[in-house]
Design a protein around this ligand. Structure first.
Ligand code: NAP
Length: 346
């Protein structure tokens, strides 16, 4: 049987803000009748992840591109891989059967053909919606969990600051930190997001960074005695002022620097004098390096979801054609929580 596989690609490299004109919806026929010797799995994609780092892959050059298999450059015209959940529709790989629900590296498209050795695992949804396994129970959740617990090691009563706090990673960092007994303040780019942080997610406080004229005084207002942990999702000026407002022995997890992705000349220059004299630890990390704690992360997060101690926050668009606008929305601050595209019904 043949199907038509529609998928998103770029027609050129993207050096700057992503625009609709760079994306193309392509269609190509795909045969579901496999050669028995092929050792291939064909997955019907159900939910795919939309993440800021894809922009660094779309650039003609980014320092990130040679650092990890997940970060390699995207070739214009080719399918774009991403984390996602799907259903096996054909398989000659003995580990997978037709009908299996799977999670792994799929495409921004309707189907993915995965050769032997591709990143794909059977998924036990454990009673949770499949979309959770793309976000809160997937890499976004692992990023928040690993960055907070492995790098920042929060202690009860410590003061935590999170940027892009209503985003996919940030909202979970704040919720995990609250469960660890920390005082948590987040920043985000709108009044509505600030209200959600305080009223729905239980942050102690939050502010709209776009309304603040002097971020240094803003942080002094929220942290008069200094910040113990800064979970950095944005880089740029916020990183500089956060470092200046750290307490002695503060820890900074540099998760992402989205404010620098659009302009390669923009770089944070935090005060190294403060880093030295306040003995601040600043560490970058990649979630993919923490697969060894995936089991711990999954079991802790599932428990918190079952007991209602953590609120999932998803922002789901429908259909493969919505992928470009879903991606662009991240750079316009329009997503509320984890941005996902639902490609098809199970
Ligand atoms: P996200 O926060 O759900 O979405 C991006 C958010 O960033 C937007 O909603 C917007 O929120 C904010 N933003 C966009 N442009 C900005 C700018 N110029 N200045 C300040 N804020 C801006 O995305 P996410 O998936 O959770 O990712 C958050 C960060 O973590 C990103 O930097 C990403 O690259 C990084 N990340 C790293 C890893 C890792 O392994 N290290 C894994 C996943 C993600 P506002 O309304 O607050 O502006």
């Amino acid at each position: 049987m043949d199907v038509v596989n529609r998928y998103i690609t770029i027609n050129n490299h993207v050096n700057g803000a992503p625009q609709h004109s760079v994306f193309e919806l392509k269609a190509s026929p795909l045969s579901l009748s496999l050669d028995p010797a092929s050792n291939v799995v064909i997955v019907k994609n159900l939910y795919v992840s939309i993440d800021p780092y894809q922009l660094n892959r779309m650039k003609s050059f980014s320092a990130s591109q040679k650092t990890s298999d997940f970060a390699v450059a995207i070739v214009p015209g080719e399918a774009i891989d991403t984390y996602g959940v799907g259903k096996v529709v054909a398989s000659t790989n003995p580990e997978f059967d037709k009908g299996d629900i799977v999670v792994g590296l799929l495409n921004w498209g309707e189907f993915t053909v995965i050769k032997a050795g591709g990143m794909l695992n059977k998924l036990n949804p454990m009673g949770f919606p499949l979309s959770y396994h793309v976000g809160i129970l997937g890499f976004s959740g692992l990023t928040a969990y690993a960055g907070l617990f492995e790098i920042c090691k929060p202690k009860k009563g410590e003061k935590v600051f999170v940027s892009a706090a209503l985003g996919s990673v940030g909202n979970l960092v704040g919720q995990f930190a609250k469960l660890s007994g920390c005082y948590v303040v987040g920043c985000a780019g709108s009044k509505e997001k600030v209200a959600l942080l305080k009223e729905k997610l239980g942050f102690d406080d939050a502010f709209n960074y776009r309304e603040e004229t002097d971020l240094n005084s803003t942080l002094k207002r929220y942290f008069p005695n200094g910040i113990d942990i800064y979970f950095d999702n944005v880089g740029g000026e916020m990183q500089e002022v956060a470092v200046s407002n750290m307490d002695i022995n503060g820890r900074v997890a540099v998760c992402g620097v989205i404010s620098e992705y659009l302009d390669s000349k923009k770089r944070a220059a935090p005060s190294m004098i403060e880093v030295i004299y306040k003995r601040i630890k600043i560490q970058g990390f990649l979630a993919g390096d923490y697969l060894n704690i995936f089991g711990d992360f999954l079991s802790a997060t599932c428990d918190h979801l079952r007991t209602g101690k953590i609120q999932p926050l998803e922002d789901i668009s429908d259909g493969v054609e919505s992928i470009p606008s879903a991606f662009i929305s991240l750079y316009r601050g329009q997503n509320i929580g984890k941005k996902i595209v639902k490609i098809a019904e199970e």
